[in-house]
Design a protein around this ligand. Structure first.
Ligand code: ATP
Ligand code: MG
Length: 411
C-alpha cells in the first residue's frame, strides 16, 4: 500500500500534542440508504474489529459517513499499524491517521502547526463540519489555520494541487486533524452479499477473480483441484499461499483440496479426446456445486476471461454454464491479461502465481483443444463416466485447510 502525503518522521517521533492518535475511516458506496446502509455499517464495523484483533482491541465509533477507530493508550506506531491493516478491509475508501482533539480553536491550531512543522512546499487547508454549531464556518477555519501555518513556517498556500493537504473535520464531540492517508479498497463489506465458492487454480487469474468478488461483498471459500496422485503437491502449496495472502481481505478463509488425478485419467480413457479439457472443467464445476451447496454458497466464481485460452471461447463458456445450476460469476470476463496482471501485482498474489508448479490441467491437454464444444457430445461422454456420482465422490474426498493471513509460511 502506498502512503500518500505521509507525515514526516519528525511528526511521528514526538507527540506532545494534547490530542489522541486515532484512525478516521471514510466509507465507500455512500449512496446506500436506509436499511442497507445500516447493514453496511454494522458489517463493516465488525470486519474492522476482526481484522485488527491481532494488533489491538479497538472501539469502532460510527458517525455520519465516517468511522473513528480508537484504542486505549494508543501510540503513533500502533495507530500506523492499525491504519495499514484496515486499508485491506473491503468497504473503506480512505484510512487517515488523525489527531483527535477538543472542540476549541486553540487545540486545532496547536495540532495543525505541529503536523505541518518541518514540511516544505505548498499546502492547503480543507475543513468540513459535521457539526454545524461550531462557531466558525469551514471557509473561516480554512483561512484562519492557513494564515497561521503560512505565517509560522512561510509555506505558500495553494488551493489547486497542493503538495500537502491539512484536513480539519469538526465532529459532534471532537475535531479531527490529519494530513494525507492510505487509500483503501473501496467496495462493499465482505459478507454483505452472501457466500460463494472460488475455483482456485495456482494461476494468475483466479486469485484476482476472488479479490474482485470479495470486494463486492461476497464471503468466499476456495476449491483447488490437484493432479495428485499423478503430480506432486506443489500446486496445493501455491493455492495455500495464495489463499493465505487473500485472507487479508476477509479472514477465516477455508481452502478445500480435491485430488483430481484419477478422475482426469477416467476422462482421458473415456475417449473425450479434444473435448477432454471442457469435460474436465465441467466436472470441476459440478464438484464445486456439490461442495458449494454443502457450504451454503449460492454461486461459483472462476477466473475465465473471454478468449484468453481455447477453453474460454464463448461457445465453451456456454458449455460450462450448462453443467451446473448455480450461477457462475466471472468477474474477469472482459479484462485483458495485462490488466489482470496489474491487479494481481497490487494485491500481491502475482509473485506467488508465477512460481513454477505442475498444473493438473497439463495432464490431459490434447494436441488440439476444441474451441466450439457441443453440449450433446459432452453429455454423451459424461453419461459413460457417470459424472453425477463422480462429482459426489470428489466432493466427499476434499481436504480442508485454514490458511491465515500473517501466519508463517507453512509451505
Ligand atoms: P488461472 O490463471 O486462474 O489458472 P487460466 O488462465 O490458467 O486461469 P484455465 O486453466 O482455463 O485458465 O482455468 C480457467 C478457470 O478454471 C480458472 O480461473 C479457475 O477458476 C478454474 N480452474 C482451472 N484449473 C483449476 C484447478 N486446478 N483448480 C481449481 N480451479 C481451476
Ligand atoms: Mg490455470
Amino acid at each position: 500500500m502506498t502512503t500518500l502525503d505521509a507525515a514526516p518522521a519528525v511528526v511521528r517521533e514526538q507527540s506532545p500534542v494534547d490530542g489522541e492518535p486515532c484512525v478516521l475511516l471514510k466509507l465507500g458506496e455512500v449512496v446506500l440508504k436506509g436499511k442497507n446502509r445500516e447493514q453496511f455499517e454494522r458489517r463493516l464495523a465488525d470486519n474492522v474489529r476482526t481484522a485488527v484483533r491481532p494488533i489491538a482491541r479497538v472501539d469502532v465509533i460510527r458517525r455520519h459517513g465516517v468511522f473513528v477507530v480508537r484504542t486505549k493508550d494508543a501510540d503513533v506506531p500502533t495507530v500506523d499499524r492499525l491504519a495499514e491493516r484496515i486499508g485491506d478491509v473491503m468497504g473503506i475508501v480512505w484510512a487517515h491517521r488523525a489527531w483527535r482533539v477538543g472542540k476549541d480553536l486553540a487545540s486545532v491550531e496547536r495540532v495543525a502547526l505541529e503536523l505541518m512543522e518541518g514540511r516544505t512546499g505548498s499546502f492547503a487547508v480543507r475543513s468540513r463540519r459535521r457539526d454545524k454549531r461550531f462557531p466558525m464556518t469551514s471557509t473561516e477555519l480554512d483561512r484562519h489555520i492557513g494564515a497561521l501555518v503560512a505565517q509560522k513556517y512561510g509555506q505558500p498556500v495553494k488551493l489547486k494541487n497542493p503538495e500537502h493537504t491539512l484536513s480539519i473535520e469538526v465532529d459532534r464531540d471532537e475535531v479531527f486533524v490529519f494530513s494525507g492517508g492510505l487509500p483503501g479498497q473501496g467496495g462493499l463489506p465482505v459478507g454483505m452479499s452472501g457466500r460463494a465458492l472460488v475455483l482456485m487454480s495456482g494461476g494468475i487469474d483466479s486469485p484476482v477473480a476472488a479479490y474482485r468478488m470479495m470486494r463486492r461483498g461476497l464471503r468466499v471459500d476456495y476449491l483447488h483441484f490437484s493432479g495428485m496422485p499423478f503430480t506432486g503437491p506443489e500446486s496445493i502449496y501455491k493455492a495455500y499461499a495464495l489463499v493465505r495472502e487473500l485472507d487479508k481481505f476477509q479472514g477465516g478463509s477455508r481452502l478445500f483440496v480435491v485430488p483430481f488425478g484419477k478422475a482426469q485419467q477416467q476422462i482421458k480413457s473415456s475417449g473425450a479426446d479434444r473435448l477432454a479439457v471442457i469435460a474436465q472443467r465441467r466436472l470441476m464445476l459440478r464438484t464445486g456445486e456439490v461442495l458449494a451447496r454443502r457450504l451454503r454458497g449460492t454461486a461459483l466464481i472462476t477466473g475465465d476471461a473471454l478468449g484468453q485460452v481455447s477453453s474460454q471461447t464463448l461457445a465453451n463458456i456456454t458449455a460450462l454454464d450448462d453443467a451446473v445450476e448455480l450461477p457462475i460469476l466471472r468477474p474477469l470476463v472482459g479484462m485483458d491479461k495485462i490488466e489482470i496482471m496489474d491487479q494481481a501485482r497490487r494485491i500481491r498474489t502475482l509473485s506467488i502465481s508465477e512460481l513454477p508448479d505442475e498444473d493438473c490441467c497439463t495432464l490431459l491437454a490434447p494436441r488440439r483443444a476444441e474451441t466450439r464444444a457441443k453440449i450433446d457430445d459432452l453429455r454423451q461422454i459424461e453419461k459413460r463416466l457417470d459424472v453425477g456420482e463422480l462429482a459426489d465422490q470428489l466432493a466427499e474426498s476434499v481436504q480442508e485447510h485454514r490458511p491465515v493471513y500473517g501466519d508463517a509460511a507453512a509451505s
